[in-house]
Design a protein around this ligand. Structure first.
Ligand code: PLP
Length: 457
């Protein structure tokens, strides 16, 4: 006879198709089922009663921290008053209208309107359609190609999985699909020519982009998409001057910029948006995760004034915009967004990112940079990563089969802290909730040091 938890694990193995999970090992019970039952602040508790510091804020999304009653109450109030109405043909709710205003008030000055979705992936799908629609309206039907970057992450739909530049998300899915192209990753640590300075490498990235645009024909290239800081591809801040140089190439060939701020939007870098942080001038900004701190699923495409004016100029001919989701601007999710953004302001959580982020990074550097297998410790705001190498002088990487990154993440987990083994390379990522204290940061650093010693000596 199975006891309750064994029975639950059997149901899980037999019926739950988990995202981003090894199907075989999970179904055979070789990898553990973890049932999370509660959370408070930066800590989560599982069904066995164990508590961990969640130094990755779920999937870098619980920015406000766990257990925020202000957000939970706003969700409950909205559910009682009006759980749902759609946003088609000009409908709205107080929550969706108020949230639109709050987003535009916080966005870079040249932004105009927000189109709501539910996930980062669907927001980027919307972005691609907006760009195509825009160029059709402007009478440029050939201008449709989108350039992304190797190691970029933009979702896992058909088009957004194509934008994503990581093999795991392409393998056996017949991706990437045309008309999506990938240019070099702004990953200074992994540059091929190690004699290059950061500034030279940024110039190299811009030159590569320009070459690609010219080879394809500028009249066929519609947009470039990038995360201000590469996220899932390795948590890599851009090399010095990168965005200025990229922006200049885009402006030269009238190629739009999509800033994918699903991770960086609403404070993760210590600025409201990564676009402001790095002086980018996007035509579209993708937002999700931090918009509601994941208390409810909500995403958005923030549209620039220039793009809005272009789109509007075509509607008398084309009619209503034929794109929408049943749950666009869902009132419960919008209410969560309003309460979340208000809480981030009221508690000055972005100030805390600015204070604790550099403190945490300095702690990681101090504890780990001297280790023979630590190639780089990097970060920005409350995003950080430690990259492991087999040999530091030659910058030789470990073989993927050795699973060094996952082993270190597992050792860290055993010590009560959750970090994330990033999918390509041996990279341990951190993106804690914004309410992280310096004491918590010290704890994460100390446990990481122990975990690294345990695995690599
Ligand atoms: N864009 C970026 C930069 C992301 O990091 C993610 C998810 O991690 C996405 C898009 C996709 O978001 P979602 O998983 O909500 O579809």
């Amino acid at each position: 006879m199975l006891d309750a938890s064994n029975e639950r694990e059997a149901f899980d193995r037999d019926h739950f198709f988990h995202p981003s999970t090894h199907m075989g090992t999970h179904a055979r019970g070789e990898s553990p089922t973890r049932v999370i039952t509660g959370a408070e602040g930066v800590r989560i508790t599982d069904a066995t009663g164990r508590t961990h510091v969640d130094a990755f804020a779920g999937l870098y999304c619980v920015n406000a921290g766990y257990g925020r009653t202000e957000i939970a109450d706003a969700i409950a109030k909205q559910a009682h008053e009006l759980a749902y109405y759609h946003a088609y043909v000009g409908h709205g709710t107080d929550a969706s209208i108020q949230l639109s205003k709050m987003i535009i008030d916080r966005a870079p000055e040249h932004m105009s309107r927000v189109y709501f979705g539910l996930s980062g992936s669907d927001a980027n799908e919307t972005n691609i359609k907006l760009i195509w629609f825009y160029n059709n309206v402007l009478g440029r039907p050939e201008k449709k190609k989108i350039i992304s970057r190797w190691r970029g992450y933009h979702g896992s739909g058909v088009m957004t999985g194509s934008l994503t530049g990581l093999q795991l998300f392409h393998n056996a899915f017949d991706l990437p699909r045309a008309p999506i192209l990938h240019t070099v990753s702004p990953y200074y640590f992994r540059r091929q020519d190690r004699s290059m300075s950061e500034a030279q490498f940024s110039q190299y990235c811009a030159d590569q982009l320009e070459e690609m645009i010219l080879a394809e024909g500028p009249d066929t290239v519609a947009a470039f998409i990038g995360e201000p800081v590469l996220g899932t591809g390795g948590i890599v801040p851009p090399p010095a001057g990168y965005w200025q140089k990229i922006q200049a190439v885009l402006d030269k060939y009238d190629v739009m910029l999509v800033a994918d701020e699903v991770v960086t939007g609403f404070g993760r870098l210590g600025s409201m948006f990564g676009s402001d942080h790095y002086g980018m001038k996007p035509d579209l900004i993708t937002i999700a995760k931090g918009l509601t701190s994941a208390y409810a699923p909500l995403s958005g495409s923030i549209v620039s004034k220039r793009m809005w004016d272009g789109l509007v100029s075509g509607v008398d001919e084309l009619g209503a915009f034929g794109h929408g989701w049943t749950y666009s601007a869902h009132p419960i999710c919008a209410a969560a967004g309003v309460a979340n953004l208000k809480l981030i302001d009221d508690l000055a959580l972005i100030d805390n990112v600015r204070e604790v982020g550099p403190y945490f990074l300095a702690g990681l550097k101090d504890a780990l940079e001297g280790h023979a297998n630590v190639g780089e410790v990097r970060g920005e705001g409350l995003l950080a990563a430690v990259e492991f190498v087999a040999d530091k002088d030659d910058r030789r990487f470990f073989d993927a089969s050795e699973k060094v990154g996952p082993k270190i993440a597992a050792a860290l987990f055993e010590r009560g802290v959750i970090g994330r083994a990033m999918p390509e390379g041996d990279i341990l990522g951190f993106a804690p909730p914004f309410c992280l204290t310096k004491e918590d940061a010290d704890l994460i650093v100390a446990k990481t040091k122990e975990a690294v010693r345990h695995v690599l000596g």
